[in-house]
Design a protein around this ligand. Structure first.
Ligand code: RM4
Ligand code: MN
Ligand code: MN
Length: 461
């Protein structure tokens, strides 16, 4: 059997073609179903097409655990190459036009060049992430016993100045936010004074806050445990909210879905933060046990839907100061990062679509009337409706808007996405122009790259 070469510019269009008829009848059928619920399918499709999520630069390299790492072929070696992979994800999904960087993992001497590289690939820069949970090469003081909350003032100052460096790098890139997550805490009762550690945190964060440009936001990310296993300084949304409220109006809380105790009601936390006008954004991922960083929607899609349900409620209520940043934060140990990140972006759009099609007025009436089961059923109907035709069609909506971008329906993505991703499109087109047929897939299509140097093994952080 002969397979088409996925690097051919016409490959996606031709793979989509035979599916167009099926998609059209599925879309019409779903449209009729939603019409009966008083919902216009095209409105939902448009809203979903506008949903964007930032890709974490650290997500495009193969992740690992403290037990090992199994790198894939052609891993990006530096931030410039990482952006190329991120651009592929955006090209294929149309949902990820920005990248969130992690410093110093993504440090470079030339941020202007990086910004240009991003622009040439159609990418902008989302929140900058600082890192004081690891010691950096050449750093004079160690973070072994803490960073922003360290008992030693000089170590705290070093951590503060790293965060300010991140802000300065972000300014050059056009970023508008700094995300601060620290691993500080205690592994043993007695190791640290719980109250004073929090006070030191507030003092350090105040210095960072003062360095924020006017139009920037600061995202405070809490996490229950790891690497501090007894008590983490910013372990929950309560500590995060107190810190945000102490710091000022530019400080917001960031919810990473994997950073809570099992069974915690995350959608309730979202609702509370909306109420407090301090919901800054998300690190989307999924988990079974802890900070697993599995692909969004892969374990508990219903919970993801419930989180989106709160977001839709806030959107409809025009909640003040509601402008949550969407970011993924995943670690891919056994899958192709490009495929995983694409799938996750699409799963977020699915959850959003499901939340958008909930019959709100009915739901409201059942709630008011205390019709418990009908309220539960009404909400769940959004989740159990298969919105796949909307997800497939949203790409077509954009394709019509921008023919040059040659976007594709996810229907055609399937298992070839990684291969297509790895084919550096520009050079493929070049070689076709020059009449040179590129090498075929045998060795994998991603341009050969040397093994990575230092990379995150996620279990360490
Ligand atoms: C942490 C947290 C942060 C991420 C690091 C790598 O657990 O989720 O957001 O920057 O991992
Ligand atoms: Mn995170
Ligand atoms: Mn995490």
């Amino acid at each position: 059997m002969t397979y088409a070469d996925p690097r051919d510019a016409n490959y996606l269009a031709s793979a989509n073609k035979p599916l167009a008829g099926e998609l059209s009848s599925d879309y019409t059928a779903l449209g009729a179903q939603l019409e009966r619920r008083g919902i216009k399918i095209d409105d939902i499709t448009k809203a979903v097409a506008n949903f964007k999520v930032a890709v974490p630069s650290w997500g495009v390299g193969t992740g690992g655990t403290r037990f090992g790492r199994f790198p894939g072929v052609g891993e990006p070696r530096n931030i410039f190459e990482k952006l190329e992979d991120c651009a592929v994800i955006n090209k294929l999904t149309g949902a990820t036009p920005t990248v969130s960087l992690h410093i110093p993992w993504d440090k470079t001497d030339d941020y202007a060049a990086l910004r240009e590289h991003g622009a040439a690939l159609g990418l902008g820069f989302d929140a900058m992430n600082s890192n004081t949970f690891q010691d950096q090469a050449g750093q004079s003081l160690s973070y072994k016993y803490g960073s922003l909350t360290h008992t030693d003032a000089a170590t705290r100052a070093q951590a503060v100045s790293h965060n300010i460096d991140c802000i300065n790098a972000g300014r050059k890139l056009g970023s508008k936010a700094l995300t601060v997550w620290i691993g500080d805490g205690a592994n043993f009762p007695g190791q640290s004074h719980l109250g004073r550690a929090f006070e030191r945190y507030l003092e350090s964060m105040t210095s960072i806050y003062k360095a924020l440009p006017e139009d920037w936001r600061m995202f405070i990310e809490h996490k229950m445990y790891e690497p501090a296993f007894y008590a983490t300084v910013i372990q929950d949304w309560g500590s995060s909210l107190m810190a945000a409220q102490t710091l000022g109006p530019k400080a917001y809380c960031l919810v990473d879905l994997g950073h809570h105790a099992p069974n915690v009601n995350i959608e309730m936390i979202v609702s509370r933060l909306v109420h407090a006008q301090r919901l800054g954004g998300f690190h989307f991922n999924d988990s079974k046990y802890g900070d697993d960083d599995l692909d969004a929607g892969s374990i508990e899609p219903f919970r993801l839907f419930l989180v989106f349900n709160e977001l839709v409620e806030a959107e409809l209520a025009r909640a003040p100061n509601f402008r949550p940043a969407h970011m993924l934060d995943q670690s891919h140990n056994v899958t192709d990062p490009i495929e995983s990140l694409m799938t996750s972006a699409i799963e977020l759009q699915r959850a959003y679509a499901q939340a958008l099609i909930v019959e709100r007025t009915r739901l409201h009436e059942f709630r008011i009337g205390n019709d418990v089961l009908m309220a539960a059923q009404t909400l769940k109907r959004g989740f159990t409706t298969d919105v796949s035709p909307i997800l497939a069609r949203r790409e077509c909506v954009k394709a019509r808007r921008s023919i040059r971008s040659r976007r594709i329906a996810p229907a055609a993505i399937g298992r070839n996405a990684g291969k297509i991703g790895r084919a550096n499109k520009a050079s493929v087109v070049e070689s076709y122009k020059n009449g040179v047929r590129p090498q075929l897939l045998a060795k994998g299509v991603r341009p050969h790259r040397a093994p990575l140097g230092i990379e995150r093994t996620h279990a360490e952080v």
